[in-house]
Design a protein around this ligand. Sequence first.
Ligand code: F6P
Length: 326
Amino acid sequence: MNSEISSIAVMTSGGDSPGMNAALRAVVRSANKYELQVWGIYRGYQGLIENKFLELDSEKVSNIIQRGGTILKSARSQDFRTEEGRAQAAQNLRDKGIDALVVIGGDGTFTGANLLSKEHGIKVVGIPATIDNDIIGTDETIGYDTALNTAIEAIDKIRDTADAHERMFLVEVMGRDAGFIALETGIAVGAELSLLPEELTSISEIKSQLKDMLKEQKRSSLVVVAEGDETGGALKLAENIKDDFAKYDLRVCILGHIQRGGAPSARDRVLASRLGASAIKILMEGHNEVMVGVVNNALKITPLRVAVSKKKGLDYGLVELAHILR
Ligand code: F6P
């Protein structure tokens, strides 16, 4: 056990994701086991720079496992991108006698934690939480499963009305740089096409694929478009193809931030609980500058510098499956 650590801080940062509260609860309750003092930081790195701390105990994290969002709030901090901002953040941690920081968030959050450790020697451990699922070192990130289920529920409803009116719908899902949500949602709703940032598809290819499919007696069609797809998103795509599909009375629906909210799924609650507890365990075992994930149902520790150095690749078996089944 690491006797150098007696006080830790924890924050949620970047785009919130369902299950962040469950992870926070697990961090606080596991820290209790080691009799650590736990400070929560409000509004991510911005709150750290502004000294927004709140002492947390078991009771303060009760009744939150089922809640979406984050009770600690979140932010995307421009100040923390500066050396001065990070120096202030490190100073605030030292002034409070905090020995280590647990960050719950995505790649931007991990990049920040890595810098804080490299520049100021702060011990850091990361817990991957983002609906985008774009972090290597874990099969799934906290929030991804809930976001998928939210998107699927919404698109099933869109399918009903698309079918009733024999229309074509372009549905935009989140994912600025990553197509995980678009890919798996597309498979789960039986989309005619899923457009992913990882795959280059020209407008003419999209038109010809859709025309081929519509020849096969399809009366309605559903295209799932990742927000970061190179076509420029669902609205722009609609402008580009609407004249070719006038007969299908094209409609666009952007699911947007709905995908980030809501009660976490069972799978996200369990994942968040596992990762929150593991983050404390590995910190006490002496690990630093790492994140903890789950790969093939086993806990896996990955250096933060590795986690932020590469983009997680899509499973091309699933990409092929989406093509076969459409
Ligand atoms: O958290 C990830 C994410 O939801 C992306 O999928 C999306 O592009 C982005 O955040 C939106 O961020 P914001 O809420 O800051 O506009």
